[in-house]
Design a protein around this ligand. Structure first.
Ligand code: GTP
Ligand code: MG
Length: 239
């Protein structure tokens, strides 16, 4: 019967870094069930940041990026001998369990995440995360836009209106009505990132009778991400 497990030998390419992207299943429904604040719920983001930290630590990621209900995990140490089924299923279930543990709320249905693997080389890393950060910005404009329109019109009318609008038109409409997206918290526009930072520690070495500098690394959750650039990924030691 072991022969029937036809996908079990599928592996990620050797010597390649991978990104695992997780996305909450039907989170528009879950947001309704949990009565999340629209367009952004601070507590949901706080919980999501803890899930990202769990993922970072458990799978020794080098970078984790999240916005809305999605999380991208950059791995240069490939777990489970690169087996695709194992990576996707374990990471997705770990994410859902971590989310439930930290949220601790009254769920109507068990939350789930889908998972996919993207093999990348160093040149792709900045491009990939810029692509997701641009999506975070589009999501920020759209979700503020639809929330505003729904406060003025019926749901159907609001949905119809936003469909015909370009991003800068939504931005302008919000601005004309006193909502300046430039003033919105940084994480809502650019998402959150988790990576290692190095702290400089100066201590006195008694034996040598002089000050000595060492560095200690710690996991840092960045709520004030800059617009991604190649320099950002070089600075945090990812490429
Ligand atoms: N109210 C609220 N909803 C949120 C928040 N963050 C994410 N969501 C919801 O999560 C959804 C994520 O979008 P999608 O992943 O495209 O939609 P989905 O319902 O999860 O559908 P699938 O991913 O295809 O299963 C958004 O449309 C929102 O409804 C939040 O902070 N507040
Ligand atoms: Mg989703």
């Amino acid at each position: 019967m072991k022969d029937y497990e036809v996908y079990s030998s599928l592996k990620v390419p050797k010597n390649s870094k991978i990104i695992v992207r997780l996305d909450g299943r039907s989170f528009h429904k879950l947001a309704k069930d949990l009565n999340l604040t629209k367009p952004y719920d601070d507590n949901f983001y706080r919980v999501f940041s803890m899930v990202c930290e769990d993922l970072f630590n458990e799978f020794s990621a080098s970078f984790v990026y999240a916005f809305s209900d999605e999380i991208s995990l950059l791995l240069d140490k490939i777990p489970f001998d690169g087996r695709v089924e194992k990576i996707d299923s374990v990471i997705a279930s770990f994410t859902a369990s971590s989310f439930v543990m930290h949220y601790g709320g009254d769920f109507k249905k068990p939350p789930a995440f889908d998972s996919r693997i993207i093999p990348v080389n160093d040149d792709d890393i900045f491009k990939y995360f810029k692509w997701r950060q641009d999506e975070s910005w589009r999501n920020c404009v759209n979700s503020h836009g639809i929330t505003y329109l729904k406060s003025k019109y019926s749901n159907d009318e609001a949905n119809n209106r936003i469909k015909g609008m370009k991003l800068n038109q939504i931005h302008e409409l919000l601005f004309q009505n006193g909502i300046n997206l430039n003033d919105v918290e940084n994480y809502k526009k650019r998402g959150i990132g988790i990576y290692r930072q190095h702290k400089k520690i100066v201590g006195f070495n008694k034996k040598e009778n002089k000050n000595q500098t060492s560095y200690r690394s710690y996991v840092y959750t960045d709520w004030q991400l800059p617009k991604f650039s190649e320099k950002f990924f070089k600075d945090i030691g990812v490429i």
